[in-house]
Design a binder for this molecule. Structure first.
Ligand code: IDC
Length: 331
């Protein structure tokens, strides 16, 4: 009788052990839940187990304007909400941009990036270092020298950080050609790859990162390159969605490093219907995305209400319409 009991107990223990092992082998909800080095394979971003991953997260506002959200509790909450990526938007020109501010400003911006990368790592998130060219320096060649210096610093600093993704030119615009972007990319990509040889690098496309067709026609000849598409759902509808779907048919690796559901000014009315149509395509093709923007600026793209001055510990009632919508998407 005793030995039957013993066998029964042993059987029970084995059963428990087996079921525990089983639950470990279940794939995590988000394949990128643990930060591992990523690579690009066809149109997909893949992890070290060769599984395609979709990164979902948010972009800061300009880190000269709103640096206060780069803090431990805020990043922890973003992670808790389901974000697995944060984009650090560093304007190159506008308002204390990297190339227009003084030496002390350059230093402060670098410190903020270091802090952001460190916090992202702590909470198992990827992080994009975004060289945020815009209207006043829409041709990336304008500040190529400074970009070289900056990316030399960044790639040295983060060469051992597999969670870092480099975005070398936010939105080429004002008639900047793909040929100029290519010239710039050929100078900057080798600078990054010299130190961070396997890093994923995202390249902006002409016309505020909308003309993916130009990259399809003449892609860059480097490994682990993705191309940026930006959309603002209340302004950009079927026309731009078609640009995306035809680029995907050509297997172009696309990363939506910036989008929102308001109009292209970052403000104005919100179009959830168009936003939902966009999400359907992004999710279907596992396209990674970052929403614009993590701040409380009084504009409809911000996720925090302008009346809310705290920088962490947000309740649902602290979030704007955009914030609530985005939180549901990344859950
Ligand atoms: C906007 C901000 C706004 C700021 C302005 C400065 O939302 O508060 O005053 O930049 O130029 C982009 C840009 C992004 C813009 C955003 C909305 O990458 O910097 O942010 N947008 O206009 N491309 C399309 C829209």
């Amino acid at each position: 009788m005793k030995s039957i009991k013993r066998i029964f107990c042993l059987f029970l223990v084995a059963l428990i052990l087996f079921s525990c092992q089983g639950s470990h082998s279940i794939a995590p909800v988000s394949e990128a839940a643990t930060v591992s080095r990523l690579h690009v394979d066809g149109k997909y971003l893949k992890n070290s187990k060769n599984k395609s991953v979709q990164l979902k997260g948010i972009s800061t506002h300009g880190i000269s304007w709103y640096p206060e959200y780069i803090n431990d509790k805020c990043f922890k909450q973003l992670h808790h909400w389901g974000a697995n990526i944060v984009r650090l938007a560093m304007y190159s020109s506008e308002y204390n941009g990297y190339c227009t501010g003084d030496k002390a400003n350059k230093k402060a911006l670098k410190k903020r990036i270091e802090k952001g990368v460190k916090l992202a790592k702590k909470y198992n998130m990827y992080v994009i270092i975004d060289w945020h060219i815009m209207n006043t320096d829409g041709n990336p060649l304008t500040h190529q020298k400074e970009a070289k210096e900056f990316f030399t610093w960044a790639s040295k600093k983060f060469k051992n950080s597999p969670n870092v993704i480099y975005e070398i030119c936010n939105e080429p615009c004002n008639g900047t050609s793909w040929s100029d972007i290519t010239k710039y990319a050929k100078k900057i990509i080798p600078v990054i790859r010299k130190r961070a040889s396997k890093s994923v690098i995202i390249v902006g496309t002409p016309n505020w990162s909308q003309e993916l067709d130009k990259a399809v026609a003449k892609p860059l000849k480097y490994k682990n390159i993705m191309y940026a598409l930006h959309f603002y759902a209340a302004t950009h509808g079927d026309y731009l969605r078609d640009v995306l779907t035809s680029a995907l048919k050509q297997k172009l690796p696309v990363f939506v490093t910036e989008f929102s559901i308001c109009d292209a000014s970052g403000n104005g009315s919100i179009d959830k219907t168009s936003g939902n149509k966009w999400m359907k395509i992004l999710n279907k093709h596992k396209i990674s995305y970052c929403l614009w923007n993590l701040s409380n600026k009084a504009e409809s793209s911000s996720i925090i209400k302008s009346s809310v001055t705290k920088t962490s510990g947000f309740k649902t009632k602290d979030l704007t319409t955009t914030g609530k919508w985005w939180k549901k998407q990344i859950k």
